[in-house]
Design a protein around this ligand. Structure first.
Ligand SMILES: *Cc1c(COP(=O)(O)O)cnc(C)c1O
Length: 224
């Protein structure tokens, strides 16, 4: 099947209140343009260098989402243009994003990445840690970031009950944070959860943004 056919199959399963971020990591510009030409404008990358080079060569109206782990020393490269950073997992990183956003005279939309998977390797805040960030005075002084919601990745497993439980946990953490810290904020509204293998479950659990790569672009070939 062509990329366009893949995309249409995916879009059929996404209700209109859920946004698709097409995850184009490792994929060439020609593939991205196939998706772009159908009207999709939100694309996700997990590496700063790759995001930067694609930003420089592809149409300017693409909204670029950084979905992978971000080191503080690389924030400066993407701050001038990035649309949303899904992978914020420390106060230190938030402060750096704020600093670079200010330099670019922008407000950068950030999602708080929450660790919901059972795997050790996945990044993200625990509920305790994220509350520590949200309660700190340092955080309250950050004026050039906007906290748009939360993001999480479920365990890589065929046990769909476990995946569902993890997504439900993220939804409940979202509700808790909304109630406690963002009650009057219209910006805090998104739950970024769901990938190729689990986005339908994620949507059932309240996802508002799905990040789908291989179901659209095909399997990735990693050379490194
Ligand atoms: C690669 C990636 C995705 C997309 O994964 P697929 O299984 O290809 O859909 C989603 N989110 C993050 C954070 C990723 O790194």
């Amino acid at each position: 099947m062509s990329i366009k056919d893949n995309l249409n199959q995916v879009l059929q399963k996404i209700p209109s209140h859920v946004k698709l971020v097409a995850v184009s990591k490792t994929k060439p510009a020609t593939d991205i343009m196939e998706v772009y030409n159908t009207g999709v404008r939100d694309f996700g990358e997990n590496k700063v260098q790759e995001l930067l080079s694609k930003y420089e060569t592809l149409p300017a109206d693409i909204r670029w989402h950084l979905i992978g782990h971000l080191q503080t020393n690389k924030v400066k490269y993407i701050a001038p243009f990035v649309s949303c950073i899904h992978s914020v997992d420390s106060l230190k990183l938030l402060k750096e994003i704020n600093k670079e956003a200010l330099k670019s005279n922008r407000t950068i939309n950030c999602l708080l990445q929450i660790h919901i998977a059972k795997e050790e390797t996945k990044f993200g805040y625990s509920l305790e840690e994220v509350e520590e960030t949200l309660q700190s005075d340092d955080f309250k002084n950050l004026k050039n970031i906007s906290i748009g919601g939360v993001m999480g990745m479920a365990t890589y497993t065929s046990d769909t009950n476990q995946v569902r439980r993890e997504f439900e946990e993220l939804k409940s953490i979202f509700n808790k944070l909304k109630e406690k810290y963002f009650k009057s904020s219209s910006e805090f509204k998104d739950i970024s959860m769901g990938m190729s293998d689990d986005f339908e479950i994620a949507i059932e659990c309240g996802s508002t943004i799905v990040r789908v790569g291989s179901s659209i672009f095909g399997e990735r070939n990693y050379l490194n």
